[in-house]
Design a protein around this ligand. Sequence first.
Ligand code: UGA
Length: 438
Amino acid sequence: MKVSVIGLGYLGATHAVAMAELGHEVVGLEPDPKKLEALKAGVLPFHEPGLDEALSRVLKTGKITFQAEHNHHSASADLHFICVGTPQRSGSDAADTSYVMAAAKALAPHLRPDAVVAGKSTVPVGTATELQKVMTEITGFDVNLAWNPEFLREGTALEDSLRPDRIVVGAWNEHSVEVIKAAYAPILNLGTPFLVLDVPTAELVKVAANAFLATKISFINAMAEVAEVSGADAVSLAKAIGYDERIGNKFLRTGIGFGGGCLPKDIRGFMARAEELGVGSAVEFLKDVDAINLRRRDKVVALAKSELGDVRGKRVTMLGISFKPDSDDLRDSPALEIAQRLSREGAEVTVHDPVSLSALAEKEPALGREADLVEAVREADLVILGTEWKQYKDADPHALGAVVANKTVIDGRNVLDVAAWQSAGWKVIALGRSIQNG
Ligand code: UGA
């Protein structure tokens, strides 16, 4: 099949490569000249394990090409995937759907009547209906629009795209379903569940899934707040409740909470949309989910202050700055916010991260950066683990302890071997746990 992928951010770039890996002829569209040139040269504009190799592979086969805007080439595609971003609007909680609308309007004049448009972006329920109307007005024929939400996670994006838990399609006609089904045929042949739904349900599935995941994390972080004042241990608690299959042990990792370009803005966008629809109270609990999540950041700042007293001039090392490991994404990163707040209050913050230091230099040049782990903690008065990169879990507490000014670590992700760090002389402070330090 010939497919176009419109918008080559995390979602679009991964999807374009995945489609080419499945054997389709793919044309990717990206207006940002920097991103476009990088992709043409086989360089990903972000860090995603395995995706750069896959991109080089499909570039070599000639299965994928990239261009800035539509032309006869993209117009000949059987299926167009809209993958542009829907960020949080500035000054509001709502999702900004202007990029999705612009993508649909730019595509419409090039559409063949039998072509199918599949929206993959995360949108407020009702967006597809609006897009369908606008595109039909431009083309003069009933556009085959469907919604096909994406559930990939950063860090495992390609694997999630090629081996998803399920494929969801919301469509208004059978032709759209058949074309989308044909595009995913090699994945469906593996036995992947294929759910055909109505369009609003397909739009809602995505935000509902992210709202549920965010709620699960905030639930365990709420338990952490209770554990912290009652001498209980939220990590053991998560393990104990997680054995119940109805609860499950995934997404119950307590720590500094969720960040990234999806969960935080999606729960806010969901609340804003529900409010517009007159059912704001149905998802009002997400306000608490958001608040619990943000309170974890306050907690780390408060712990740092209680350890350091006056933070001015104190050296703090942040281990990991991306919102999760295996990613250099700094959007709404809890570790970044904590580092920024301590720095604003006068601490000398040095950041270590295996892949995010250049992204950090662009976003927050005021923070110190050090690529060598031992150098990063040298003379530190306090070390904070902000992202659970494997190399921090594997780090030797003796080697790090030998160079710091003060052996105190706040484990923001509950991944350190507490006994090993304590026996190397460290004071270990963790969220949701009452650790006794010698
Ligand atoms: C999330 C969803 O998991 C994907 O299914 C979805 O497709 C994606 O958003 C999206 O909407 O595009 P992602 O943002 O890549 O994926 O990352 P997650 O693995 O969900 O982690 C989100 C945040 O939650 C991270 O900051 C992570 O550290 C935190 N987290 C995760 C916890 O604090 N505890 C946990 O138990 C799990």
